[in-house]
Design a protein around this ligand. Structure first.
Ligand code: GDP
Length: 482
C-alpha cells in the first residue's frame, strides 16, 4: 500500500454548511443499538454462551454448527461446538484483517447488538480494557457448578478482577449469567447463594447500583434462558432471558441516556486506523464518546492537530451482504461504534497513534505529560512507592509511566484526605497521586469531570492490574520544572 502524502484540505470542500441538525427528534429516528463485553473466569462458559446466543438468534447457520459439532466431536470435545462458533468468527476476522478489534454483530427485533471483545482472546485483560471502553453493558458469566463459582470468586480468580475493571472503565450496567445450572439440577438455593454473594460484592466493593444489576439463571450449553425461556423452572417467574434483558436495556435505558450525550462536543478515541486499500481513504475506527458527527464535518486529530473531513460513516461489524441499507450512515452519535473514512491526503499516518482523539476542529483538548489523579489500588503483592513504573492503559493504548508523587491517602466514602505525603500505598487504598509519562511522551487527556472517557484509565504492572483511576487535573509543562 502506498503511503498517502498529507496536504491541506481543498478549501472548496471545507467550509460547506452541515446538512443535519442533530436534534433529539432526529436521534429518536435512530435504530437502537447496544454493545456489550463478556467477562468472567476461564471456563465459566463465555464462548459457549455467546455461541448459543448467536445460534439461537439465527446469526449462525445450522449447517455451520453441525459442521463444528462434527469436527469438534472428532477430537473428543463435542460440547465445544458452540464455543467454536465464536472462535471461528475470530479466525475469519484475523484472516480478513480489516479491523483488529474482536466484534461480532447480530440483530434482534431491529436492534443492532455488538459483542465487543468477544471471548477467544487468551491475553484477555488488556483486550478487555480496550473492549470495555467501547461497551454499554457487561455480561458477567459465572459457573454455578459445585465449587466452580467459589474458585472463580477467590482472590486470584478472574471474576472479581474483571468486575472491578469494567466498572473502573465506565460500564455501569451489568447482567450476571448464572451459568451451567443444568449441572446443579436447576437448584434455586444454589442460584440464590450466588446471587446474594455477588450482589454484596458488586454493590459494596465494585460500586454498581443495585438497580443496574440483573441476574439470569441459564444453561448456555442447553440454551436455557439465553434466547428461549426454560418454562419448567417453577421458581423463576420473571422469565427474563439474556436476549430479552439486553433488548430491554437497549430500548429503555440506553436510548434515554443518549438524549444528553449527543448534545456535547464531539469526541472519539481512535481505536484503530488504516489506509483503505485501492482507495484514497483512511479509515478511523472507534466508539463515539460524546457528541455527534456527520458527513462533511471537519475534525481535528489530537495531539497532531491535523484537520480532516468526514467522507463516509459506517457502523462497525456490519454484514453488508445482509444489511445493505444499514451499511452506511450520514450521521452518528455518542455510543455508536463506527468506521469513519477521511481523505488520505489530509492525514499523515506517521503522526497518528491509537489512543489519539478525534474532536471538533475548534476543540481545546490537551495532550499532557503529567497529571494528578485519584486511584483505587487493587490487590497488590507489594505496596506502591513513589517512582513505581507502570503501564497506563486507556482504550487500546498503553503508555509507560511512573507514579511520580504520592499526594495523599483519601477516605474511601467521603473522598477527603486522611494522610498527606504517604510513604507507600497498599491494597484497597484510595489516593491522590501524580502520574508522569516516560521521556517526553504525552497523551490526550481531560479531567474526569469534563469527559468520562478521556479522564479514566487503568494501571498495570507485570501483567496484572494494580489500580484504576480518574484524572483530577492536568499539570501543564511549565509547572513541570521545579
Ligand atoms: P470460557 O473459557 O468461559 O469461554 O468457557 P467455554 O465456553 O469454553 O466452556 C468451558 C467448558 O464448560 C466447556 O467444556 C463447555 O462445554 C462447558 N459448558 C459451558 N456452558 C455450559 C453449561 O451451560 N452447562 C454445562 N454442563 N457445561 C457448560
Amino acid at each position: 500500500i502506498k503511503k498517502p502524502v498529507a496536504s491541506p484540505l481543498p478549501k472548496s470542500t471545507s467550509s460547506a454548511p452541515l446538512k443535519y441538525n442533530i436534534s433529539s427528534e432526529l436521534v429518536q429516528t435512530k435504530k437502537p443499538s447496544l454493545s456489550f463485553v463478556v467477562i468472567g473466569h476461564v471456563d465459566a462458559g463465555k464462548s459457549t454462551l455467546m455461541g448459543r446466543l448467536l445460534y439461537d438468534v439465527g446469526a449462525v447457520d445450522k449447517h455451520i454448527i453441525d459442521k463444528y459439532a462434527k469436527e469438534s466431536g472428532n477430537v473428543g470435545k463435542g460440547s465445544f461446538a458452540l464455543a467454536w462458533v465464536m472462535d471461528q468468527t475470530e479466525e475469519e476476522r484475523n484472516r480478513g484483517v480489516t479491523i483488529d478489534i474482536a466484534v461480532s454483530t447480530f440483530y434482534s427485533n431491529g436492534i443492532q447488538f455488538t459483542i465487543v471483545d468477544a471471548p477467544g482472546h487468551r491475553d484477555f485483560v488488556p483486550n478487555m480494557i480496550a473492549g470495555s471502553s467501547q461497551a454499554d453493558v457487561a455480561v458477567l458469566v459465572v459457573d454455578s457448578a459445585t465449587n466452580a463459582f467459589e474458585s472463580g470468586f477467590s482472590l486470584d480468580g478472574q471474576t472479581k478482577e474483571h468486575a472491578i475493571l469494567v466498572r473502573s472503565l465506565g460500564v455501569d450496567r451489568i447482567l450476571v449469567a448464572v451459568n451451567k445450572l443444568d449441572t446443579v439440577d436447576w437448584s434455586f438455593d444454589r442460584f440464590e447463594e450466588i446471587r446474594i454473594q455477588l450482589t454484596e460484592f458488586l454493590t459494596k466493593v465494585v460500586g454498581f447500583q443495585l438497580s443496574k444489576i440483573t441476574f439470569i439463571p441459564v444453561s448456555g450449553l442447553n440454551g436455557d434462558n439465553v434466547v428461549n425461556n426454560k418454562s419448567d423452572v417453577s421458581w423463576y417467574s420473571s422469565k427474563k432471558t439474556i436476549l430479552s434483558e439486553l433488548e430491554s436495556i437497549a430500548i429503555n435505558e440506553k436510548s434515554y441516556s443518549l438524549k444528553k450525550d449527543h448534545e456535547k462536543d464531539f469526541r472519539m478515541i481512535i481505536a484503530n486506523f488504516y489506509a483503505v486499500p485501492h482507495t484514497s481513504d483512511v479509515a478511523v475506527q472507534g466508539k463515539i464518546d460524546s457528541g455527534s458527527v456527520q458527513i462533511g464535518q471537519l475534525l481535528k486529530v489530537i495531539p497532531s492537530g491535523m484537520v480532516t473531513q468526514v467522507r463516509s460513516i459506517s457502523p462497525i461489524g456490519e454484514d453488508s451482504s445482509t444489511n445493505k441499507s444499514e451499511s452506511k450512515r450520514e450521521w452518528a452519535i455518542a455510543g455508536d461504534n463506527i468506521l469513519l473514512s477521511v481523505p488520505a491526503t489530509s492525514i499523515d499516518l506517521d503522526k497518528v497513534s491509537v489512543g489519539d482523539v478525534l474532536a471538533n476542529q475548534d476543540s481545546n483538548i490537551e495532550s499532557v505529560h503529567k497529571f494528578t489523579s485519584r486511584i483505587v489500588v487493587f490487590d497488590v503483592a507489594r505496596p506502591l512507592l513513589p517512582g513505581t513504573k507502570v503501564l497506563l492503559h486507556r482504550g487500546r493504548t498503553n503508555e509507560p509511566c511512573k507514579i511520580s508523587r504520592l499526594v495523599s491517602i483519601l477516605d474511601k466514602s467521603t473522598g477527603t484526605p486522611i494522610k498527606k505525603k504517604p510513604r507507600f500505598l497498599s491494597s484497597g487504598q484510595t489516593a491522590t497521586v501524580d502520574i508522569e509519562l516516560e521521556g517526553d511522551q504525552t497523551i490526550p487527556l481531560d479531567t474526569f469531570s469534563n469527559s468520562k472517557e478521556l479522564g479514566r484509565f487503568v494501571l498495570r504492572k507485570g501483567g496484572s492490574t494494580i489500580a484504576a483511576g480518574v484524572v483530577d487535573s492536568l499539570i501543564s509543562s511549565k509547572e513541570n520544572t521545579p
